[in-house]
Design a protein around this ligand. Sequence first.
Ligand code: DWN
Ligand code: ZN
Length: 405
Amino acid sequence: MSDCRVCGTPLTPFMSFGQMPIANGFLLEDQFADEYFYEMQVCICGECGMFQLYETPDSTKLFHGEYAYYASNSKPMLAHFKKLADRLIAEELADDDAFIVEIGSNDGVMLRNFHEAGIKHLGIEPSGNVAQVAIDQGMTVQVSYFSEDVAKDVVAREGQADVIAGANVIAHIPVFNSVAAGVKALLKPDGIFVFENAYLGDILELGSYDQFYDEHVLTFCATSVNTCYGRHGLELVDLEHLDIHGGSMRYTVAHKGARPVSEAVKKQLAWEAEKGLTNPKTWDAFRTHLEDNKVELMSILTRLKDEGKRVAGYGATAKSTTVMNYCGITPDLVEFIQDITPAKQHKFTPGVHVPVKPRDYFVENYPDYTIHFAWNFADSIEKIEEDYTKQGGKWIYFVPKVRIK
Ligand code: DWN
Ligand code: ZN
């Protein structure tokens, strides 16, 4: 039995995905025998409403000097973060001594904008290889996990921050209370903490079960963010729904009473309460959806195999690890997965060991069907791969429903 990572209440899992490998643990053949697996189950804390994985591998197994996800490789992300950075620069970082700290700055996908604008900045990133990309481009990055102690060190060295940002990272950190206490210590009295992550409401509505994997140890909604940061003298003051990454929410948190609470927050909290988003009962239909989705996807793949069709995957995403391992999609069903990330290429996908190939290979070996594992970038990718479709190639989607396009 594991306890809530926020309030310590004992948890009961209500949905299981079976044995899972490390989602971004792309590996070589000689590493197959030692591959690490854990039981992936999800639960909701009845006390504070935090949606979380029951057990996860230790963070050091996930984020290290060979982390495979380089955020800048997905071009839509560059534009997305430039837009946010421009807004923060104009609205929150106009003073000469303005200071921004970004938790989990990855390869500088957002941080570069503050660096280029000449704003004092600090990235805090535990994966040394991706951090190095940003450092090589002149950004200031400290290679470490974020915690209360690290935050206090930054305050002692650099002073408090006007803005603390975190994109697709706060949900990765199991020590929620240490992060919240760190934010409380590091944030100026009128500063803001802005972070975004996949939104629980979208996962429920879309049935996007692939958003559950080891890195997403917590999955936020307005209710849990409001309650859990509230325990630390902080307050959810604004939020904004984003289409990025298959449906995300951007939360703005401030010191309690420092900023007015927006109408958007009140509306979202009311919607979530009406939906019963943090009630395990609400997820019963999702569990059925999960099982049906697997049966439908596997029956298509088995039929295509029987017909002698060639099937590949597009995007060796962390999300694909959940789908492939939950469904049992092995190399006899999916020949290879295309991915533009050099760190993933010529390796095998976690658990089921499908080979990852560069884009050239995909273009030179167009399959009959391609499972879209990066469905969150569907428009952009279908445009890039127009020729594939023109030549009769078909896409297989599984979110929100299994369908062939
Ligand atoms: O929260 C997280 C999200 C934001 O990013 C992390 N925990 C890890 C990662 O998850 P993911 O791997 O599911 O994210 P993406 O951004 O959906 O991954 C896209 C993958 O597809 C990358 O490996 C790059 C690849 N790609 C490609 O081959 N061609 C992406 C694009 C846009 C392309 O055109
Ligand atoms: Zn709790």
